[in-house]
Write a protein of this length. Structure first.
Length: 244
């Protein structure tokens, strides 16, 4: 299996978010919500949710927080109607940005997202304006820090599980799946007792845009403003972070 790896960009993005905010629970909350939204709120029937809950509990996330995010995803939280909304736009230097939000007041959220774009040199676009530049994929990261997992072995396992691709990095294997096969592949590797350090359904840029200097600073300010919004679940972009 071959292809350009996306793990380094994903890894840097997540690391920057966690370090900047210092809010590990927020990361877990998003993972739990996404897993429950995709596969339902019953962890016994949803391996992606079960894994997200295990990771959250390992970081001592309270059960109340876990249950609240599952209820948000399944529409059973205090009768409040949360709606998922996706915004698309361009940042400085023509960078493409997609924002996923979860809100109980879409007018408020739309205004805040529009303001963040305009204030930081970007433009909020119409639906579909940049989505065609991204592919939706499942990413599963298998820990191999000790080098005990043979590459040929895990490649065969990935094929057997229904994965699309696998990449080798220092200390980890990155398994790429279609959205449809994501939960089945996660369940397969959980049942085989592989150490899954991360898993998510994400958007992968088809091509990356290199930014530098003042443009890089402006783009980062825009991303920071979007990520600091409480309604924002995830920000995707096509910035080549490896060159920053």
């Amino acid at each position: 299996m071959a292809g350009h790896s996306k793990w380094k960009n994903i890894q840097r993005r997540k690391g920057a978010q966690d370090a900047k905010r210092g809010k590990i629970f927020m990361r877990h909350a998003k993972d739990i919500y996404t897993a429950a939204k995709q596969g339902g709120g019953d962890e016994t029937m949803n391996p992606a949710l079960r894994l997200a809950i295990e990771k959250a509990k390992a970081d001592n996330m309270p059960n109340d927080n876990i249950e609240r995010n599952i209820k948000k995803a399944t529409g059973t939280l205090d009768g409040r109607n949360f709606e998922e909304i996706t915004y698309e736009g361009y940042g400085p230097a023509g960078t493409a940005i997609i924002v996923n939000a979860l809100t109980d007041n879409k007018n408020r959220t739309a205004g805040e997202i529009r303001h963040a774009f305009s204030k930081n040199g970007g433009n909020l676009g119409e639906s579909g304006s940049v989505a065609f530049m991204f592919d939706r994929k499942g990413i599963i990261i298998i820990n191999n820090e000790q080098g005990e997992i043979d590459e040929d072995e895990i490649t065969l396992e990935a094929l057997e599980a229904g994965a699309d691709d696998i990449h080798t990095h220092e200390g980890v294997y990155e398994i790429v799946t279609s959205p449809e096969n994501f939960s089945d592949v996660v369940a397969y590797f959980m049942e085989k007792d592989f150490d899954i350090t991360d898993s998510e359904l994400t958007l992968i840029p088809q091509n990356y845009t290199a930014v530098s200097g003042e443009d890089a600073e402006k783009v980062q300010q825009l991303i920071d403003a979007l990520e600091d919004n409480e309604d924002v679940q995830e920000v995707y972009h096509n910035i080549d972070e490896t060159n920053e």
